[in-house]
Design a protein around this ligand. Structure first.
Ligand SMILES: Cc1cc2nc3c(=O)[nH]c(=O)nc-3n(C[C@H](O)[C@H](O)[C@H](O)COP(=O)(O)OP(=O)(O)OC[C@H]3O[C@@H](n4cnc5c(N)ncnc54)[C@H](O)[C@@H]3O)c2cc1C
Length: 405
């Protein structure tokens, strides 16, 4: 059986509609909003139009007002959205809400779905996900210090979180806290809770100033934050599992968007090279610049194949951790390298704030940290390689699986 790379016609049709919507609706409105500064009104109008056009909440099932797309079709949609700064938000499939929606669909009770998931899918509210803490390594969630202690019918949460994306303005947070400090293995010590916001026990200390500016990645203090027993999301002690379940598809969703970001950077590189004269010729004719293009093209192509294969595995409920880790590492580094090359080809202009490239480069840097730092994925990937070899006498299972080649 040959591998068929043809996408179903309905998926291509949706991809084309998203592409057209971004070009015809979002881009002109965005240009207008840059002049008028009327972002809130403009985005609200765009979201209304997206919904009317049937391009709303693409990753959620129709019962929650979504398009019911699986991970492969979402790869197409998200890569398109990655080409524009606000497109994911306009379609209501932005991080961290998108990951939170998946988590709730998987773990929430029917009552929790009505209270939290439905308004999020309706675009009426936003959410955040609070796991990382300044005092302990985010790469090792078993060290989480934030604790939740049972008090009658309630839980009382105390702790310190940071880099909580979207916390300002969120209507609720999903907070990971330690409920069972003595549980063995340590992965069974944490649980997840809904915290309604604003909340006297959940104080936003600051919007952290990052190398990409203030992006609503907040430092948060939880002090005697009281939530009812019904606020627990998923079973007690399953906070770690919930994080893993959430992060698989969420990591891949980031990768899909980063493909769109990198495509824009490469197109800017090529355009500039075609225009810029140097030593009697154009940059585009210089081999050194052509090699930048070919390396970028190969890295982007590899990224697309890796993301699609990992999406296929998730869609078909096959083991996906190794492939998602490899895709996450590759795509994050590909984005960094291609954006950096685009800056290089633009010369001083690339270093200036006259083009979006410097901002794209500063934003791209976080890709190698969020959803598992490079080294964490490398460690995981190597572990799978070693295990596969020990088990099978070949590394095949850890390099895309038996079905690939
Ligand atoms: C823009 C942005 C948005 C974010 N949004 C959220 C959010 O919404 N919610 C949330 O909870 N968190 C969020 N985070 C936090 C993010 O998940 C953490 O930064 C990440 O998990 C790494 O944790 P850390 O920063 O504590 O780094 P550490 O765990 O302290 O790691 C530091 C470095 O050590 C190295 N390292 C780590 N482990 C290993 C290892 N096993 N072997 C070798 N080297 C290793 C890596 O180089 C790593 O970069 C966000 C971060 C950023 C930058």
């Amino acid at each position: 059986m040959p591998i068929d790379f043809t996408m179903p016609p309905n998926v291509m049709e949706i991809r084309d509609r998203v592409r057209a919507f971004i070009k015809d609706e979002i881009e002109p409105k965005e240009a207008e909003m840059h002049k008028t500064n009327a972002w809130r009104e403009g985005i609200t109008e765009l979201r209304r139009k997206a919904r009317k056009s049937g391009l709303w909440c693409p990753h959620m099932p129709p019962e929650f007002g979504g398009m019911g797309l699986g991970p492969m079709a979402m790869a197409m949609v998200s890569a398109e959205c990655g080409r524009n700064r606000i497109a994911s938000f306009v379609l209501n499939c932005q991080a961290p809400d998108e990951g939170n929606m998946h988590t709730m669909l998987h773990f929430a009770t029917p009552e929790q779905k009505e209270k939290y998931l439905r308004p999020l899918c309706d675009g009426k509210v936003r959410s955040c996900f609070a796991m990382t803490e300044p005092e302990v390594a985010g790469s090792d969630p078993t060290q989480i210090c934030t604790n939740a202690v049972k008090d009658g019918d309630n839980w009382v949460i105390n702790g310190h979180k940071w880099f909580i994306s979207g916390a300002h303005g969120a209507k609720f947070a999903i907070v990971i806290a330690k409920t069972d400090p003595d549980a063995d293995p340590p992965q069974a010590r944490n649980s997840a809770f809904f915290v309604d916001l604003p909340n006297p026990g959940f104080a936003i200390v600051r919007d952290i100033d990052t190398m990409a500016g203030k992006g609503n990645h907040c430092e948060v203090k939880l002090e005697n934050c009281v939530v009812p027993a019904s606020a627990m999301l998923g079973p007690r002690g399953q906070g770690h599992t919930l994080g893993q379940v959430r992060l698989g598809p969420a990591r891949l969703a980031h990768c899909m968007r980063w493909i769109g970001n990198a495509e824009v950077a490469l197109e800017m590189l090529v355009k500039r090279a075609m225009e810029r004269k140097v030593q009697g010729g154009l940059l585009v004719d210089k081999q050194a610049i052509q090699f930048m293009m070919s390396e970028s093209a190969m890295e982007l192509y590899t990224a697309k194949l890796m993301v699609l294969h990992a999406a296929y595995l998730i869609e078909n409920q096959l083991p996906f951790r190794q492939e998602v880790s490899m895709a996450k590492h590759h795509v994050a580094n590909m984005l960094w390298k291609i954006t950096d090359r685009a800056v290089q080809v633009h010369g001083a202009l690339g270093y200036s704030t006259d083009t979006p490239l410097e901002s794209m480069l500063r934003h791209a840097r976080s890709a190698r940290l969020v959803d598992g730092a490079d080294e964490v994925h490398m460690t995981q990937i190597a572990r799978h390689v070693i295990d596969a070899f020990k088990r099978d006498g070949t590394t095949r299972a850890a390099t895309g699986g038996e079905n690939l080649l």
